[in-house]
Design a protein around this ligand. Structure first.
Ligand SMILES: C[C@@](CO)(OP(=O)(O)O)[C@H](O)COP(=O)(O)OP(=O)(O)OC[C@H]1O[C@@H](n2ccc(N)nc2=O)[C@H](O)[C@@H]1O
Ligand SMILES: Nc1ncnc2c1ncn2[C@@H]1O[C@H](COP(=O)(O)OP(=O)(O)O)[C@@H](O)[C@H]1O
Length: 287
């Protein structure tokens, strides 16, 4: 039996994000293109047979353990086990900014689900894990399935796509944005027409956008400033409901040159877009 495993928990970008309607429960219906980045957190899961229970060795400041998506995912998975499970000790090396629109919490949940499914030898398939994930957050299923995808509904209806694996400069303006606040804004565009076919790529900037961008720029001048700066070098876009923005580049060095000239006070990183999640790449290597 494997006793310990360290797995990546990558970021996602919403290469575009359209709001095409609203459900009766108030949730917004989206059309979005998800691609992963080869950059993110790492999670180590270690079985502790003599010591039952689920423990997080390094809690995330500001996130109580009961709310932490790692713990919530582990507990949700444990309810699917037929009998007694060995205990597990979990630690996280957090690199992704929280509340940045990079899906860090959702990715952590997916990595925990897939990792513990293997360590606990539960043999749940991806459909079952995606269903457990969806109850934790709308972005969890795409991380569970691990392929770049056109997402519909709240993001749970996924069609695999193959956008080009370009390089991205991701900037994190110095503000925290609450997803619920953006979706409750009056001025938000909620009536973008639905697409008839799943687009494989968002190359044509005039057709694809992020519908949250105008509202976010108005409410958070930090985002507008970063966007104005990045736009000098090419098209820039918001991911999710922000706060992170990104620019696309054909090579790593092209992205790094711009990164090195960034104004002081902005954090961020350079990473490659990938269509197979680094989590799934690692799990395949371990087979
Ligand atoms: C917008 C997206 C796009 O990938 O990413 P992020 O910016 O969070 O990374 C996601 O759909 C985020 O989904 P999820 O992570 O489940 O959102 P939550 O933070 O739980 O949502 C907080 C609140 O926002 C509103 N909400 C969220 C998603 C949605 N499709 N419609 C909504 O109206 C709901 O009021 C919800 O209670
Ligand atoms: N393991 C986790 N990592 C990050 N955030 C978490 C985690 N568990 C719960 N959260 C909560 O989820 C919120 C959204 O975080 P995150 O998923 O990183 O951003 P976003 O949804 O904007 O992409 C955080 O502000 C935090 O309160």
């Amino acid at each position: 039996m494997t006793r310990s495993i360290t797995l990546p928990s990558p970021a996602k970008l919403n290469l575009f994000l359209h709001i095409v309607g609203r459900r009766e429960d108030g949730y917004h219906e989206l059309e979005t293109l998800f691609q992963f980045l080869d950059y993110g957190d790492d999670i180590t899961l270690r079985l502790t047979s003599g010591q039952p229970g689920i423990r997080l060795e390094n809690p995330i400041p500001g996130v109580p353990d009961e709310d932490n998506l790692i713990i919530r995912a582990a507990r949700a998975l444990a309810t699917k086990a037929p009998g007694e499970l060995p205990g597990v000790s979990i630690s996280i090396n957090k690199r992704l900014p929280m509340g940045g629109g990079l899906g860090g919490g959702s990715s952590n949940a997916a990595t925990t689900l897939l990792g513990l499914n293997r360590l606990w030898e539960l043999q749940l398939d991806l459909d079952e894990l995606a269903e457990i994930g969806l109850a934790l957050g709308a972005d969890v299923p795409v991380f569970v399935r691990g392929h770049a995808a056109f997402g519909e509904g709240v993001g749970e209806k996924l069609t695999p796509v193959f956008p080009p694996e370009d390089w991205f400069l991701v900037l994190k303006p110095a503000c925290d944005i609450n997803t619920g606040k953006i979706f409750s804004e009056q001025g938000l565009t909620r009536n973008t027409p639905k697409m008839t076919i799943a687009p494989a790529f968002e190359g044509d900037a005039s057709r694809y956008r992020n519908d949250c961008e105008d509202v976010v720029k108005k409410l958070y001048p930090e985002v507008k400033q970063s966007m104005d700066w990045l736009t000098k070098f090419g098209p820039a876009r918001l991911t999710g409901t922000g706060a992170c923005i990104f620019g696309r580049f054909p090579t790593e060095s092209a992205a790094r040159i711009i990164w090195e000239s960034k104004p002081s006070g902005i954090t961020g990183f350079v990473a490659k877009g990938v269509n197979i999640s680094p989590l799934h790449q690692k799990l395949t290597e371990l087979e």
